[in-house]
Design a protein around this ligand. Structure first.
Ligand SMILES: [Zn+2]
Length: 401
């Protein structure tokens, strides 16, 4: 048997709407929370290529909070299987030998449950290495689940034991703290965003939001693309320091973002009598690193005609007038691919493992707050207010009591 947090039902949409609308504290941890601490049978790893892992640390991701608060679009409901143990930002020890990896190896996981993990012939996306675009996330040997942490069969990192397929495992080199290692999966997503964003030499880039997604995107874009000036929109002072250390040219508060970008790009600022302001002219590429209405609208409103807006956070509904009127290219970037175009044959996880070792990333890793599973209510409240509370990541440590 083992301890785990289990998401056992979907939060009714009307409840979610009410609570989010009122910004009620405790939405994630109160009476309506669809999560509970339970004792479960350990997941078994009888399928070929699968192994059991013991969780060392597992992060709380924005997509986890979205699922728990009912904010996630109904679009995703057929792509999960309830009940499930959440958690896909995992660093863990292998309990079984798994092909070439011996038991005891410390690993991080690529959470995508691809055709290989499902024991079926590869779809076109998987065959080309674009595993994040796998078309078969609902079929095969394991239940529906776009990722580990959304699937009822695999377990997740918010439990003591989970299972994973060899195709998901990436050994962690010696010399990495667990707190650095759990940043490798989100960093791999940022690597994918950078390589997929189409940023050209000297493009002016806006990153809308300076939570973990925005900060890691800043580092990945600065390191892996020829971006010119990078402006980061940050709400909180501690985010400003991290963003500058990770490669931002300048950091602005949300309310000053458009005026600042108007000045530096020579754009016109248009102010409708009702509604929010926007630029005619603006940045070449804007990355929405949050996925909320406000952050995405800032990205749309600050991008020049014919420019590009990159959705790096799971998006809310938003006013798309600018995309139509300014002929913006809007592209999504989801998770990371086993073969990244433009990565010289290296995987996003290999690049991410290199990128998380710098001083600025070590400083970021030191702000991670960890909780035992039984303190999940506090942990989720902390994660919900992380930016305000000076943290970039909240994580569970299922080994601590
Ligand atoms: Zn596939």
């Amino acid at each position: 048997m083992m301890l785990a947090l289990e998401m056992y039902r979907s939060l009714p949409r009307h409840l979610a709407g009410k609570a989010i609308g009122a910004r009620a504290p405790g939405i994630l941890s109160g009476y309506a929370a669809p999560l509970r601490l339970v004792t479960l049978d350990r997941p078994s790893a009888e399928r070929p290529g699968w192994a059991r892992l013991r969780t060392r640390l597992c992060g709380v991701c924005g997509s986890d909070l979205g699922a728990l608060s009912g904010r996630t679009s109904l679009y995703f409901s057929p792509l999960v299987s309830l009940p499930f143990v959440p958690g896909h930002e995992v660093v863990a020890d292998l309990l079984d030998d798994c092909d070439d990896l011996p038991a005891g190896t410390r690993v991080v996981i690529d959470p995508i449950l691809t055709c290989a993990a499902r024991g079926i012939d590869p779809c076109d996306a998987c065959a080309s290495g674009a595993t994040n675009l796998c078309a078969r996330v609902t079929v095969g040997d394991v239940s529906a689940g776009l990722q580990t942490g959304f699937c009822s069969d695999t377990g997740g990192g918010w439990g003591e034991i989970l299972t994973a397929h060899r195709s998901q495992l990436h050994p962690v080199p010696d010399g990495y703290a667990d707190e650095q290692a759990i940043l490798i999966e989100p960093m791999a997503c940022a690597v994918h965003t950078a390589l997929h964003s189409g940023i050209r030499e000297n493009d002016r880039v806006l990153i809308s939001g300076a939570g973990l997604v925005g900060l890691l995107a800043t580092l990945a874009i600065r390191t892996l693309t020829g971006a010119g000036e990078i402006t980061v929109v940050a709400k909180h002072a501690h985010q400003r320091d991290h963003a500058l250390a990770l490669g931002a040219t300048e950091v602005v508060e949300p309310k000053e973002a458009l005026r600042r970008l108007r000045r530096v790009t020579g754009a016109f600022l248009v102010e409708p009598e009702y509604g929010t302001s926007y630029l005619l002219g603006g940045v070449d590429v804007a990355v929405d690193a949050v996925g909320r209405k406000r952050s995405l609208e800032t990205a749309l409103q600050a991008t020049r005609a014919g420019g590009r807006v990159v959705l790096a956070g799971m998006p809310d509904s938003v006013d798309l007038s600018a995309a139509w009127f300014r002929e913006l290219e809007v592209i999504g970037t989801y998770a990371s691919a086993q073969r990244e175009a433009g990565a010289d044959g290296r995987s996003a996880f290999d690049l991410a493992t290199e990128l998380v070792r710098g001083d600025a990333m070590s400083a970021l890793a030191k702000t991670i707050a960890t909780y035992p599973l039984h303190r999940w209510r506090e942990a989720l409240d902390h994660a919900h207010g992380a930016g305000r509370l000076g943290t970039v990541k909240v994580a569970f440590d299922p080994r601590s009591r």
